[in-house]
Write a protein that binds this ligand. Structure first.
Ligand code: ATP
Ligand code: MG
Length: 326
């Protein structure tokens, strides 16, 4: 299959006064055309920083310290701001958690959609209107002609997120990066929006990187999952393999914390402790201080390697007797 995106050993550093913190550490990932990948992990794992670094939108004091991002055969990580601006919102769209951050409250939906379209292609107002209506229909906004004349506050949260998705579709991008797109919405609406994203990716052959802390959400939509912990990918594989046979103790912990897997007591299994701040990530395996299987060897850094389930896990203990017993 044709490669859409290849991230090679990408690291992102934040240079602060006293120290340099590494928020993304040698991450390698790839995406085929039309493929849907989930990035999951606890708050602070580096998911958003990774998402932004793909489109070169890391704000100071952050910077890409090493590695590269190749998109449709072009090394976009080496692009200037101006070159990148053309890729962003044209061939790659980004969707964020809070629609009100993206929508301008003083412009009608039609005004902002046309503006966003005209920033990327030369079209007359009539043509722009046609394209806007077509995209609003794609995201199932009822009576789109009327809706174009309305302001963001006249829509519900779920409808606003549909409009954001319609805006992201305006230029027929090859890939969408969605960072917690449904976290602000209630569960039923969340599921509808995910269903919509899934359908659009399939019909438009769009690649999707879905960033979320919610394993249930990614398992609904994606074909592969990358589990992130303290800036590194600790497990990577097919969604089904990871959900049914998680290998890394961290992934096992995350799945144990899903409400539907709570024990008969009804209580969630929690991973003990919290993810360390970037300044305090232990040497070797970043998870070792919270891991019940940690052994001496975990003082050396584990690398991703194939496990028996088919996924790759960065854990020395995967496949050992202790891990099977756990
Ligand atoms: N501007 C910044 N300056 C310094 N550190 C930063 C900056 N932005 C992010 N970081 C650090 O990078 C790390 C990763 O942050 P990131 O926002 O990617 O986490 P996340 O996985 O998206 O978490 P969440 O689920 O809460 O969105 C955090 O520890 C954060 O402190
Ligand atoms: Mg985030």
């Amino acid at each position: 299959m044709e490669k859409l995106l290849a991230i090679n050993k990408l690291s992102v550093d934040f240079t602060l006064r006293e120290s340099t913190l590494r928020a993304v550490n040698k991450v390698s990932l790839s995406l085929d055309r039309g493929e849907r990948l989930g990035i999951v992990g606890e708050s602070g794992a580096g998911k958003s920083v990774l998402g932004f670094s793909i489109i070169n939108l890391i704000s100071k004091p952050g910077r890409i310290a090493e590695g590269s991002v190749i998109f449709q055969g072009e090394e976009i990580s080496a692009y200037s701001y101006e070159q990148m601006r053309r890729v962003r919102g044209d061939r790659i769209s980004m969707i964020f958690q809070d629609p009100m951050m993206t929508l301008n409250p003083v412009l009608t939906i039609g005004e902002q959609m046309r503006e966003s379209l005209k920033a990327h292609m030369e079209v007359s107002t009539a043509q722009a209107n046609e394209i806007c209506l077509e995209k609003l229909r794609k995201v199932y906004i009822p009576s789109p002609e009327k809706r174009l004349e309305q302001y963001p506050h006249e829509f519900s949260g779920g409808m606003r997120q549909r409009i954001i998705i319609a805006i992201s579709l305006l230029t027929n991008p090859a890939m969408i990066i969605a960072d917690e797109p449904t976290t602000a919405l209630d569960v039923t609406i969340q599921a509808e929006i995910m269903e919509l994203l899934l359908e659009l990716c399939e019909t438009e052959q769009m690649g999707l990187i879905l960033i979320t802390h919610d394993l249930a959400v990614v398992s609904q939509v994606t074909q592969r999952i990358a589990v992130m912990y303290a800036g590194t990918i600790v497990e990577l594989g097919r969604t089904e393999d990871i959900i049914t046979h998680p290998q890394h103790p961290y992934t096992i912990g995350l799945l144990g914390a899903l409400p539907q897997r709570a024990g008969s007591s009804g209580r969630l299994n929690q991973i003990p402790g919290v993810m360390p701040g970037l300044a305090r990530i232990p040497r070797g395996c970043p998870f070792k201080n919270r891991c019940s299987l940690a052994a001496e060897i975990c003082a050396t850094k584990p690398h991703l390697r194939k496990s028996s389930s088919g996924s790759e896990a960065a854990c020395h203990m995967v496949g050992t007797e202790q891990s099977t017993a756990a």
